[in-house]
Ligand binder design. Structure first.
Ligand SMILES: [Fe+2]
Length: 261
């Protein structure tokens, strides 16, 4: 599947803190298309305050697909979910597979806590990997512990996990710390996907083009917005990161000016 694919988006109506109506879902799709996105994975929260079940997610995806067809919007809508790490253990394998990212039953988008990085999170990610899933860590660059110590993520990546950074972190809309951290992770080979995590058509925004531009390296930008997401959706092996991989910390200076820009 060629083209930009957004693998983290709260586009489904009335399931979480994302789109509040079907009209808003269609608005988000139109804005995404206008910015060059061709497919979106619907990733509603699955956590204690929004315990979305796979059946509900699938029904809402069907509802939005019908609305997109009626509005003649050629955006491909895929299934998915954003699983709170402390909820994963309460879901059986079949339910987890139905919540797979972009419709791929092996990939699971897992949300870490926002304020700390407990060992329990690492254990959940490692357990999933041991069971044959590929955990995708959602927006680690927004976590203060990862901001202070990006290498905290490396054991999980070496264990088979991928990491998704949020477009608004990369392009600076979420502030300097998130931006600097996003570039650190990209630089160190600890980030594999850039996605919007959009909750509405405005605000954090649905497009990935500003983030792709901010990355400044066309090949790397394509890898995180097209190649890796495309491989996940197609069930193909994740392609190697383009360019020479950089030793941890080696090019920190090179990114420093970007983080300040
Ligand atoms: Fe999210």
């Amino acid at each position: 599947m060629a083209g930009v694919i957004d693998l983290h988006c709260h586009i489904l109506p009335r399931v979480d803190d994302g789109a509040g109506s079907l009209e808003e879902s269609v608005e988000m799709a139109a804005a995404a298309l206008a910015s060059g996105t061709r497919a979106i994975a619907a990733t509603p929260h699955v956590r204690d305050d929004w315990p979305t079940e796979a059946a509900v997610m699938e029904a809402r995806v069907a509802e939005v697909r019908a609305a997109l067809a009626e509005a003649c919007l050629p955006l491909e809508l895929l299934t998915g979910a954003e699983l709170a790490f402390d909820r994963v253990g309460r879901l059986d394998g079949a339910e987890l597979a139905r919540l797979g990212l972009g419709g791929n039953p092996r990939y699971l988008l897992v949300e870490p806590p926002y304020v700390e990085w407990p060992l329990a999170f690492d254990r959940v990610v490692q357990d999933l990997a041991a069971r044959g899933f590929v955990p995708v860590v959602a927006h680690p660059e927004r976590n203060p512990e990862i901001q202070a110590e990006p290498e905290r993520l490396r054991p999980l990546v070496l264990g088979g996990a991928l990491a998704q950074v949020t477009a608004a972190s990369v392009d600076g809309r979420l502030g300097r710390r998130a931006r600097a951290s996003a570039f650190e992770l990209l630089d160190r080979g600890l980030a594999h996907i850039v996605a919007s995590d959009a909750h509405s058509a405005g605000g954090r925004g649905v497009g990935l083009s500003a983030a792709a531009e901010a990355i400044g390296d066309e090949q790397l930008a394509r890898w995180v917005t097209e190649d890796v997401p495309g491989a996940i959706v197609a069930g193909l092996p994740v392609p190697a990161r383009p360019g020479r991989s950089v030793e941890p910390g080696r090019s920190r200076r090179r990114w420093a000016w970007r983080a300040r820009a």
